[in-house]
Structures are given as structure tokens and as C-alpha cells.
Design a binder for this molecule. Structure first.
Ligand code: SF4
Ligand code: SF4
Length: 351
């Protein structure tokens, strides 16, 4: 489990357990939820439409066997039902916000009753942007409920009348793979619910979503040129496990992610100029486009580009292998420094 998330989750559980620290515990819970939601935002913003219905781990045992969009729907349908039917005893966000129509979902349930092909078919029908907005609306609505809770509320339990209310809402399928959820929730108190649908359940599914995106990225870049437009080598990049390279639609390079529409200016400029990469451009030394606008910080990447221009892509990868054998480093800048010519010299000395 991601250490930061796990630590915050443990801290929240300890803090909400005592009256004096309960408000701080709720703050930690909301902070954890914000951190986790950032991950969902990053996925929703950066991956192509197909990524949301593909199942790279189809048939596996675990949450990673689902799709990205199913996971998002499932996490927030569960939270919406629990937060509103059980805790606040008011109407679910799904209905107050007309989200069924907006998301194009054919079901109002949590999706537990769906399996394999059923999940894939369901996933293709959903509007990704609308589902993301629904998730956000549920999170914000639940956060308001959480902020109003008192320490005394934690011991509140649920009754058969609550169970009947959920059944009446038809929000949980009566299929045996789903209906158990109602008893599971009814048998918990509010504290028990905070520890699962509002926190741990998110962590487990979001970690599975990261596994799915990583796998999709690895699949996407198989057989693709491993030298990026700017001159970086994907095989030696510290992001290699979770980026699909800027030569595929699974580009999650941090620089591309912070650029408008997720398109890296260097990649866009090369494509516009009909160049294979910046290493073919005569303006590279003085270029301040996109990634190169970071100046000295990325002069090492310009050194790599100039090296590629002189010796080719295969040779730069061999040199990087040599450097990695000699020294432990994460970013090539740590070895090549911030002087373009000196970086080029170091690369040449390690041929
Ligand atoms: S900075 Fe741009 S060109 Fe370089 S690896 Fe990232 S997306 Fe590709
Ligand atoms: S102008 Fe800059 S970003 Fe564009 S191809 Fe040349 S070096 Fe790359």
C-alpha cells in the first residue's frame, strides 16, 4: 500500500478514536481523500478514452481486474449510498444532480453484480468526463457530511429500517454478489463506515487503478522508439514504470501533464517541424520551448540530444547503461551536470 496513504489512514483512525482529537482526525481524513482524489483527477485528465474501458488484468483475482471507469463509478456509488441513505438520511447525489442522465450509466447500482464482459460493456457506455464530475460531486458532498459529524455520531448504528430504505432505493443489486453489501453496512456503526467506504475502500481501488494505468503504459510503449522528442531515454527515465512515452497516446511525462491539453510543447514543435526529435533541430542550443524553458536544470537533456545527433539513438542508450553500471542515479542531470558541452563530453567519455 502507498506509504503516505497508509500512514494518513492509520493516523486518521487513531485520531477519530478519541473525543479530544476527533476534529483533527476528520481533517486528516479529508486531507487523505484530497490526496487520493488528486490521483483520480490525474488519471481522468491524462489517459485516452480507451484506457477507461480496457481490462489489462481481465480474469485476475483482485480490484485491478476491473476497468478504470468501473472503479471510479463503484467507489463513488458506494460512498453516495452510504453517505446519504445511511448517515445523512437524505437524497443521493446521483439523483439530486441528474447524474444518471449525464454519465449515461445504464445502472444506478454499485456495479458489484457485474463481472468480466459485463464490466467491459458497462464501461464503454459511460461518459468519462461526466463520471469524473459525479465522483467530485459525491466527494464534496460527503466532505460536508464528514465536517458536521461529532464524536458521539461515531457510535450511531443502523437498523432494519435503514436496510429497507436501501433496498427501496434499488441502489444495490439483489444479485448475491452485491446484496451482501447492505447487511455489511447495516452491521457497522458510523465509525466503521468512515474506516471503509470513505477511506480504505478508496485506497484499495485507487491503487488498483494505478496498476491498470501502469500496465496500459507498458503495453502502449512496447515496440515504440524509446527516445523521447526532447532527447530523454524512456528506458532510463525515473518515470519509466508509469509513463507510456510521448510517442504514444499514453504520455504521462510530468512535463506533458502540466502543459495545456497534456501535450508537451517540445513534442508538438517537433511534429510541426516534421522532426524526429529536438536532436534534429538547428535551434536546440538556444531553444527555450517547453521542457527546455527550465534552462540549466535540463541542459543535460540538451547534451543527450547533441550526443544523439552525433552518434545516434542506440549509442546514447549504451552510454546510459554504462553510466548506470558505474553510478546510482535517478535523473541524468545528476551525472551530466548543467553545462551542455561538459554533459556532452561526459557522454562521449563513457562510450
Ligand atoms: S519533456 Fe516532452 S518531449 Fe521530453 S519526455 Fe516529456 S513529453 Fe516527451
Ligand atoms: S525549436 Fe526547440 S522544441 Fe522545437 S524542435 Fe527545435 S529544439 Fe525542439
Amino acid at each position: 500500500m502507498n506509504k503516505d496513504w497508509s500512514d494518513k489512514n492509520k493516523k486518521m483512525q487513531t485520531l477519530i478514536g478519541k473525543e479530544a482529537t476527533f476534529p483533527e482526525g476528520i481533517d486528516v481524513l479529508i486531507d487523505l481523500r484530497n490526496n487520493l482524489f488528486e490521483q483520480i483527477t490525474s488519471i481522468a485528465k491524462n489517459y485516452p478514452a480507451e484506457a477507461f474501458y480496457l481490462m489489462p488484468f481481465a480474469g485476475a483475482d483482485g480490484y485491478h481486474s476491473k476497468t478504470l471507469i468501473y472503479s471510479m463509478w463503484h467507489i463513488f456509488r458506494i460512498e453516495d449510498i452510504v453517505a446519504h441513505e445511511l448517515i445523512a438520511k437524505d437524497e443521493q447525489v446521483l439523483f439530486t444532480g441528474n447524474w444518471l442522465k449525464k454519465t449515461k450509466s445504464p445502472i444506478i447500482t454499485t456495479g458489484n453484480e457485474l463481472h468480466d464482459e459485463g464490466i467491459a460493456e458497462f464501461s464503454k457506455k459511460l461518459d468519462v468526463k461526466a463520471v469524473y464530475e459525479y465522483c467530485r460531486a459525491v466527494m464534496e458532498s460527503s466532505n460536508e457530511i464528514l465536517k458536521k459529524l461529532t464524536y458521539k455520531d461515531l457510535k450511531r448504528t443502523f437498523t432494519d429500517a435503514d436496510k429497507k430504505q436501501i433496498l427501496k432505493s434499488k441502489s444495490v443489486s439483489t444479485d448475491e454478489s452485491a446484496v451482501w453489501l447492505i447487511d455489511y453496512w447495516r452491521d457497522k456503526d458510523v465509525k466503521g463506515l468512515l474506516k471503509m467506504p470513505f477511506s480504505r475502500h478508496w485506497i484499495m481501488h485507487i491503487e488498483a487503478m494505478c496498476r491498470i494505468t501502469n500496465k496500459l503504459c507498458q503495453k502502449a510503449k512496447k515496440g515504440v522508439d524509446q527516445i523521447a522528442y526532447c532527447g530523454l531515454s524512456c528506458a532510463h527515465c525515473f518515470l519509466k514504470d508509469w509513463c507510456g512515452s510521448c510517442r504514444t497516446k499514453y504520455n504521462t511525462c510530468s512535463y506533458a501533464k502540466c502543459s495545456p491539453d497534456g501535450v508537451c510543447p517540445n513534442a508538438a514543435c517537433c511534429r510541426k517541424k516534421g522532426l524526429d526529435g529536438c536532436y534534429e533541430c538547428d535551434d536546440i542550443r538556444d531553444c527555450k520551448h517547453g521542457f527546455y524553458s527550465l534552462g540549466k536544470e535540463v541542459h543535460a537533456i540538451k547534451s543527450m540530444s547533441l550526443f544523439i545527433r552525433k552518434y545516434g539513438k542506440k549509442e546514447v542508450q549504451t552510454v546510459l547503461e554504462n553510466l548506470h553500471k558505474k553510478q546510482d542515479f535517478e535523473k541524468v542531470q545528476e551525472v551530466l551536470g548543467d553545462d551542455i558541452d561538459q554533459g556532452l563530453r561526459i557522454l562521449e567519455e563513457n562510450r
